[in-house]
Design a protein around this ligand. Structure first.
Ligand SMILES: Cc1cc2nc3c(=O)[nH]c(=O)nc-3n(C[C@H](O)[C@H](O)[C@H](O)COP(=O)(O)OP(=O)(O)OC[C@H]3O[C@@H](n4cnc5c(N)ncnc54)[C@H](O)[C@@H]3O)c2cc1C
Length: 371
């Protein structure tokens, strides 16, 4: 993992502001990530993935998030689609696509949200109807990370009263994409709106079965996404903290370094404590995921909830501590400040976590590890 940190500091951090300004991750850089095996790091070795366990994979996403939230997002969507396929897709579909996903030769995107269905995904309006030896999809998917460049989409649509998932090739007739630009943060995530207009998908590309109102395929993917985002937020918080400590030691006002002013020390103490707490919650979630503990999903929600809200607070405090020098592009804290806002919205907003954690987390889960 030291090697991962060294790579992100040498090869990613120096370019992250440019990626953000250009609104894209260069193909050559994505190829570097593929060469390192990071696009398939969590996929099973059976399919050519790295087989990293949850704690190791999480720390990798922390290191990447520390340098660039958009790059971490690419790894997130690729992995959440890959792991959802590993768990739910029929064997021939896995054999056809997972090795190329693991190598990073194919890029995948996750297409759940719609113009009228965000937090309330059960309000999906996209429809699938049986047709011949497959299904025809109609609808609009919005805010799809890396939708501009993905080769494959995991698309969710209503089917006979339930929610179904389909793996749709980006080149399918009836699928068009429009770039979405002007984002507040993670500006290099190449968002797109997808339009499905009589898009035919073979029956063999249906992922998971059943007719549940909320697809377990989506639940699996969002759980993986939350874990990755939580670690990415730890990375952002650490980056902001490091920059703020350095600034507070060197910037002098009223005849002494900022650090020696008590209100500044208090702010830094809160930043340090929040960052540590976020990392510990992510580590706990990682350990539970590795052990396949029954409460790993609620531990992941808590980690995402705390880490994303902490990253928002910490990045805002970092901008404040830097004064005007934190308000300019290229200051690093400024980009994390913008990116952190997004982390409270994606993979279940802060409010959705607040609702779900209270429902899912039993008191026993909190007390269980004390003996
Ligand atoms: C940069 C970016 C990347 C994204 N990438 C993807 C992607 O790859 N794939 C994908 O499918 N989607 C993606 N999304 C969409 C994202 O998942 C949604 O934005 C998110 O689910 C919230 O939905 P919404 O934006 O429609 O907000 P809404 O659901 O309309 O919510 C608006 C506000 O109301 C609050 N709210 C909603 N319901 C309640 C409630 N019951 N109680 C209290 N508060 C509530 C929310 O917390 C939020 O603050 C992305 C979004 C962004 C910004």
């Amino acid at each position: 993992m030291r090697e991962a940190r060294a790579f992100t500091e040498a090869e990613l951090l120096p370019h992250a502001d440019r990626f953000d300004a250009e609104g894209a991750l260069p193909r050559a850089f994505i190829a570097q990530l593929s060469d390192r095996g990071w696009l398939g790091a969590a996929l099973s070795t059976r399919w050519g993935g790295g087989g990293l366990d949850a704690p190791t994979w999480g720390r990798l996403h922390g290191d990447v998030g520390r340098a660039c939230g958009s790059t971490r997002s690419l790894l997130t969507v690729q992995t959440l689609v890959g792991l959802a396929l590993e768990r739910w897709a029929p064997e021939p579909l896995k054999a056809r696509y997972l090795p190329a996903l693991a190598r990073g030769e194919l890029l995948a995107a996750f297409a759940l949200s719609e113009p009228s269905a965000g937090s309330d995904v059960q309000g999906l309006e996209a429809r699938a109807r049986p047709h011949g030896d497959g299904y025809v999809l109609d609808g609009v998917k919005r805010w799809i990370s890396f939708g501009q460049i993905a080769h494959l989409f995991l698309v969710f649509a209503r089917l006979e009263g339930g929610m179904a998932a389909f793996l749709v090739e980006g080149s399918s007739p009836g699928l068009t994409r429009e770039p979405i630009t002007g984002l507040l943060g993670v500006r290099a995530t190449q968002l797109a709106e997808l339009r499905l207009n009589g898009c035919f998908v073979p029956a063999s590309h249906r992922v998971g079965g059943g007719d549940l109102p909320f697809s377990p395929v989506a639940a699996t993917a969002l759980d993986v996404g939350r874990y990755s985002v939580a670690w990415g937020c730890v990375g952002q918080a650490e980056a902001c903290l490091a920059a703020s400590m350095a600034h507070a030691r060197t910037r002098r006002q009223f005849g002494k370094p900022l650090l020696e002013h008590e209100l500044v020390a208090r702010k830094l103490t809160d930043m340090l404590t929040d960052t540590r707490a976020a990392r510990l919650l992510c580590q706990e979630a990682g350990a539970k995921r590795k052990a396949r503990a029954p409460d790993s999903e609620s531990a992941t929600m808590m980690a995402k909830y705390f880490a994303s809200t902490a990253a928002s607070r910490i990045s805002a405090d970092a901008v404040q501590l830097h004064g005007a020098s934190g308000c300019i592009q290229g200051s690093r804290v400024e980009r994390h400040f913008r990116d952190a806002r997004i982390m409270e919205i994606i993979e279940g907003s802060t409010q959705m976590q607040q609702v779900m954690i209270a429902r899912h987390c039993a008191l026993d889960d909190l007390e269980g590890d004390e003996s």
